[in-house]
Design a protein around this ligand. Structure first.
Ligand SMILES: [Cu+2]
Length: 410
């Protein structure tokens, strides 16, 4: 099949070369020079510029109408300002587009070659220089200042009673964390990330489990190295790689032991995380309440894109980013407005982050505050509070902490 295609291409090239030759020979027979262009050809080319201008303008207008409004009205408060900014920019660009392109094609037609026409020599004009420096300068300054004012209003600090939601990205899904009644997220560390703890939440148990896992691995590797000291069965390079892994695991262990248990509101940082709620699959948010999103990423840069709310923010490994917004239309209201009972808000990844990037999405449900509270109450907390009586659980707590403190001493 491939050979056939190559053959066709080669034959086509030969055919074109032969046709060109025939054309050149016929031209020399007519005694015309190659660079001589007949007046009729010249005129037709000039008129075609005008025809193309109309096709181009109509195509542009058609595309504006067909694709200009692919999103429904903004479902967030700041989104109205974003739409306004976008509209002003597009309006200015459109006006300039039509003026510039009109002159481009019109002049190509007007100044077509005519026998005897001579170009005027015109080197400099201060008024013209001023005009084409000042007009774009002022226009661009307006766009930038207007954009910055809007951007600063959107990205300013969130109010104190804003609901905080952590949006956590990794290849290739989203996880959401709600901070619970204490309004404080439990601390997390990438050193504790494991299949059972994808967010790397810090807890006494999490630390102990991870340390046990690492110690087990170190022991296993060291016993292999030790056995080799007597029987020398392993190749030297392999022993080197084992030693390297032991070194890395020990450093990882040290980093985990360095995690501190700083106090926040009288609770240790990991205790503040016990009432957090980790949710996958869909994110619920209440309408008309300010929400502050905190974005984190486990692996590469992703981008949290919520088109219906005109919101987008990169999620960067190692650097939490944030964005505040106030949704104004519930999912049910938007379904009514659009007459589409299947409509859902969506969170998409908008950075090409790997093979399954296209499918990295999550449903967003905007509902009334009562519905939201009921939904949130039904979600599981990270660690349920102890049910035994006070004295017992306090003892258990001290005991647990002792274990960790011992483990934490290198
Ligand atoms: Cu992604």
């Amino acid at each position: 099949m491939k050979l056939l295609i190559i053959l066709i291409v080669v034959l086509a090239i030969i055919a074109i070369a032969q046709l060109t030759k025939v054309y050149e020979m016929s031209r020399s027979l007519r005694k015309n020079k190659e660079e001589d262009i007949p007046a009729a050809d010249n005129k037709m080319n000039a008129s075609l510029w005008l025809v193309w201008m109309f096709v181009f303008f109509f195509a542009t207008i058609y595309l504006y109408i067909k694709y200009g409004n692919y999103l429904p009205e903004s479902a967030s408060e700041h989104g109205v300002a974003v739409d306004q900014l976008m509209l002003v920019n597009i309006a200015m660009i459109t006006v300039i587009f039509f003026i510039v392109n009109f002159f481009l094609f019109y002049f190509a037609w007007k100044y077509q070659y005519k026998k005897g026409n001579k170009a005027k020599f015109f080197a400099h004009d201060n008024r013209l220089e001023m005009l084409w420096t000042l007009v774009p300068g002022v226009t661009l300054a307006f766009i930038i200042v207007y954009g910055l004012i809007t951007w600063n209003a959107i990205t300013g600090p969130a109010s104190a009673d804003a609901i905080q939601i952590e949006v956590y990205s990794r290849q290739f899904d989203w996880t959401v964390r709600y901070s619970g009644d204490d309004k404080t997220f439990g601390a997390s560390s990438f050193n504790l990330i494991s299949s059972s703890n994808p967010l790397g939440l810090i807890s006494a148990e999490g630390i102990r489990e991870k340390l046990e896992e690492i110690e087990g691995d170190i022991e296993n590797l060291e016993s292999q190295i030790k056995a080799n000291e007597s029987d020398h069965l392993l190749p030297e390079s392999y022993v080197k790689s084992l030693e390297d892994r032991v070194y890395r695991l020990k450093r990882h262990k040290q980093r985990i032991m360095d995690l501190d248990e700083t106090e926040v509101n009288g609770l240790s940082t990991w205790e503040t995380g016990f009432d957090d709620k980790v949710v996958k699959g869909e994110m619920h948010i209440p309408v008309n309440k300010e929400i502050e999103f905190i974005f984190r990423s486990q692996d590469v840069i992703h981008s949290a894109y919520m088109p219906h709310f005109r919101a987008q923010m990169n999620t960067v490994p190692g650097t939490p980013t944030r964005f505040k917004m106030k949704p104004t239309i519930t999912t049910a209201e938007m379904r009514n407005k659009l007459g589409d009972s299947n409509f859902d808000y969506i969170l998409l990844c908008n950075k090409v982050c790997g093979a399954a990037h296209f499918n990295m999405q999550m449903k967003i449900v905007v509902e009334t505050e009562e519905e939201y509270n009921a939904w949130l109450a039904a979600q599981k907390v990270v660690k349920a509070p102890e049910t035994e009586d006070e004295g017992d659980s306090a003892d258990a707590e001290t005991e647990k902490k002792d274990t960790v403190t011992t483990a934490m001493k290198p």
